[in-house]
Design a protein around this ligand. Sequence first.
Ligand code: PNS
Length: 161
Amino acid sequence: MGKMAIYPGSFDPITNGHLSIVRRALTMFDSITIAVASNPMKKTLFTLDERMDLIQKSIKNDERIYIDSFNGLLVDYVDSKKTNIVLRGMRALSDFEYEFQMSLMNRKLNKNIQTIFMMTDYKWLYTSSTIIKEAASLGGAIRGLVPDVVCQKLKEKFGFQ
Ligand code: PNS
């Protein structure tokens, strides 16, 4: 089966920054499971089904990429998938504290879990699902920051189409 990494997140919605991390991680791992948090701490714009559907449409049938959802503790989900690797992307220093806290908490909850961080490509340094949603909600041009299918869906959601 090879080494699989779990790439967890809210993915509300998936961005080109997320996809870049997945593609780059596939040079290190045999497969990646994109694990969508079904009940993230934040309120989401898209439903779980919509978030998963947008990911599916964005990854264009790569048999090394799986899409799944999870509920409850991430470490329990990772364990259930018979791996111990959590993959997270990191942008600027501002991400560090939260990521550091989360990875230490996850290791406290399960000492076998290892979190691997990948620095984002500079092209995506300033983007996040949150800031893209804000720009889209006000009619800003977000093409190139998200897959076309996501761009379309955001426009529909905010009534710009
Ligand atoms: O994309 P996000 O919102 O930064 O992803 C955060 C996520 C979903 C990975 C994180 O909130 C999470 O792991 N939630 C599951 C609940 C959990 O295990 N919490 C304790 C770990 S600190």
